[in-house]
Design a protein. Structure first.
Length: 400
């Protein structure tokens, strides 16, 4: 008596296709196999669990619609051929199972071949297995030292965006020479900058001469550098078409200043006007650039500034103005560090300044900030400013 088989059961290619379906079943159980390996359970447990016997030949597709005949054509086949086909199918299944199990176990027992080894050179620290009582190699090696981050505050004499742009070259050069990461910071106004200095928010600050005499007292900033071959002078500017020809002509005029404590641009110029008996209406514009723009736009009749910011302001504004008066010269702005810097860090700063001074001037560093260069500075350099006995910020110190 013969059995009938479908063409799908007879064709060896379909049998191989059945094995592919069988492999798909194995893949679906991959995570379960990984779990068994992780728990060190014998593989036969998993084989029993997911019934890894090879699948039999597919059943002929039955159309569920009533009255329709199956599309699979039945043909006779001998028992000997059927047995040979089943043995071949079983052999393929066992070989495939062995390869898949070996692959999964290998994946669980080690990293993929394409994974980069965990080495100090690659920047990734891997775990090391040590014998009891021994320190792993990874713990014997010193961890990479963290880069010292420096918050470098710059007094906002100009717009913050311009300050960040102009000072980035200097910060980059100092980062290279100190081995630290310098980040340029500023404030939306000079009074806000003063508050931040008092709070010690800057590790290093570039501040005006009067600011330095104040914040050297509290929180204790210490000068280490200043601009080379430079003294600061205050100026008063007016429009070129202004009827004012002498400083006496500013009597009762509306005059703009950057802030109450801006040293040469405000303190020195206002003190001179007061000593000369020239009353003016004082207004504050928050920055030097704003002062020059206000005068150019006829909002104020005159304004206070300094030569460095005058030379740095836009030509469109400067071409409408002229300098009416210039003050005596004083020690320029200070580069000062917060007292939290260690003695070794201060020495690093001093060496960086000394090296810069000894080398030819780097235009990429100093042109954007209009510096002749950098030179060492010390606290006594600003005694000429202390001699003026300015009290503008005494209340700020008393309030903290």
């Amino acid at each position: 008596m013969t059995e009938e088989k479908t063409e799908a059961e007879l064709d060896p290619r379909v049998q191989i296709g059945n094995l592919s379906a069988f492999e798909d079943r194995l893949h679906l159980h991959g995570s379960r196999l990984s779990a068994f390996v992780a728990m060190k359970l014998p593989i036969p447990h998993l084989v029993d669990e997911i019934a890894l016997s090879p699948p039999g030949p597919p059943q002929a597709r039955q159309d569920r619609r009533p009255g329709k005949k199956s599309l699979n054509k039945k043909i006779p086949i001998t028992n000997e051929k059927e047995g040979r086909m089943r043995r071949m199918t079983g052999a393929w299944a066992r070989m495939t199972l062995g390869l898949l199990v070996a692959f999964w176990v290998g994946c669980e027992s080690g990293p993929p071949a394409e994974e980069v080894p965990s080495t100090p050179e690659s920047g990734v620290q891997g775990e090391a297995t040590a014998n009891p009582g021994e320190v792993p190699d990874a713990e014997q090696k010193e961890a990479p030292a963290e880069v010292r981050e420096i918050r470098f505050g710059v007094v906002p004499q100009q717009a913050p965006s311009q300050i960040l742009r102009n000072w980035k070259g200097f910060a980059k050069e100092m980062s290279k020479r100190t081995g630290w990461k310098w980040t340029v910071k500023t404030a939306p106004s000079i009074p806000e900058f003063e508050e931040r200095c008092l709070d010690g928010q800057y590790d290093i600050a570039y501040m005006n001469p009067y600011h330095y005499t104040v914040f050297a007292q509290k929180p204790g900033y210490k000068a280490f550098a200043r601009q080379k071959n430079k003294q600061i002078k205050g100026i008063l500017v007016v429009r070129k078409d202004s009827p004012v020809e002498t400083i006496a002509g500013l009597k009762d005029a509306r005059v703009a200043f950057p802030s109450p404590a801006a040293f040469a641009a405000s303190v020195v110029t206002r003190t001179y006007l007061r000593n000369e008996g020239i009353p003016v209406e004082v207004n504050y514009a928050n920055s030097h650039d704003s002062v020059y723009a206000n005068v150019a736009n006829k909002i104020h009749e005159a304004g206070g500034g300094v030569m460095r910011t005058w030379n740095a302001t836009s030509a469109e504004v400067r071409d409408q103005l002229e300098i009416l008066w210039t003050s005596p010269a004083y020690t320029p702005h200070a580069f000062a560090h917060h007292p939290r810097l260690t003695d070794e860090e201060v020495k690093t700063l001093q060496k960086a300044v000394s090296d810069l001074e000894a080398e030819p001037r780097d235009s990429a560093v100093f042109d954007p900030i209009r510096f002749n260069g950098l030179t060492a500075g010390q606290d006594g350099d600003w005694d000429d400013v202390r001699a003026l006995k300015i009290t503008e910020l005494d209340s700020l110190l008393e309030g903290k």
